[in-house]
Ligand binder design. Structure first.
Ligand code: SAM
Length: 206
């Protein structure tokens, strides 16, 4: 890990993902988490304030970047629900089958190298009937924007921590065996169209 990945990228992620447009989406979906909760790629903890202490029994935060875990430190100290960190990638989650009630994943499926494997792991650790809450930027519905997303992704991945611009969130969640319950998508109010098509929602493990 170089200076860029350790110092610049974590600050940039915290700043960009902490903006109002993202905050509103977090506030809309994250409070729906209940019971034993696993957050995937929890980053600097920007979702943590939105978990309801009355509804969340246990909060496990998986995050492979030590720099982002450190950045989350101050937020975790003020939380009513203690955070248990797991230091690894989502492709192999060190939790028992069916041991989690809610998985939360926001702005992370785009950065996981093998997102299909990670989704299969999320499904495995969820109990039958368990909830997946997701919000991701991704493939735009317009062919012209999508073409730009495909062109820009190889360069963007290098500067943005492996982030893909062109992944189709809903299709990938559905293809991983989840049943979609509610989905809201559209462009965020700010940002270029190639980076701001957002899909958020809830899906269940059958
Ligand atoms: C853009 S940040 C989003 C952080 C946070 N989820 C949020 O909503 O602010 C992308 C996150 O994906 C994480 N990530 C990258 N590869 C991962 C992997 N293989 N498994 C789990 N998380 C990963 C990064 O460390 C980073 O925390």
């Amino acid at each position: 890990m170089g200076f860029y990945e350790n110092h610049i990228l974590p600050r940039a992620i915290h700043l960009v993902c902490g903006t109002e447009a993202f905050r509103r989406i977090r506030a809309r979906w994250v409070p729906g988490a209940t019971g034993r909760v696993l957050e995937i790629g929890a980053g600097s903890g920007l979702n943590f304030p939105f978990y309801s202490p009355n509804r969340v029994e246990r909060l496990v935060a998986l995050e492979p970047s030590a720099a982002l875990r450190r950045k989350a430190g101050p937020t975790t100290e003020q939380l009513a629900v203690p955070v248990e960190w797991i230091d690894c990638g989502a492709e192999d989650i060190p939790l028992e089958d069916a041991s989690i009630d809610t998985v939360v994943v926001t702005y992370t499926l785009c950065s996981i190298e093998d997102d299909r494997r990670a989704l299969a792991e999320m499904r495995r650790v969820l109990r039958p009937g368990g909830l997946l809450i997701f919000s991701e930027h991704g493939a735009a519905p317009e062919a012209r924007v999508l073409r730009w997303q495909r062109r820009l992704t190889p360069l963007w991945r290098k500067v943005a921590g492996g982030c893909h611009l062109d992944r189709a969130t809903t299709e990938r969640v559905r293809a991983s065996g989840f049943v979609l319950e509610e989905v809201e998508s559209g462009y965020l109010s700010r940002g270029p169209r190639w980076a701001s098509f957002n899909t958020a929602g809830r899906a269940r493990r059958p």
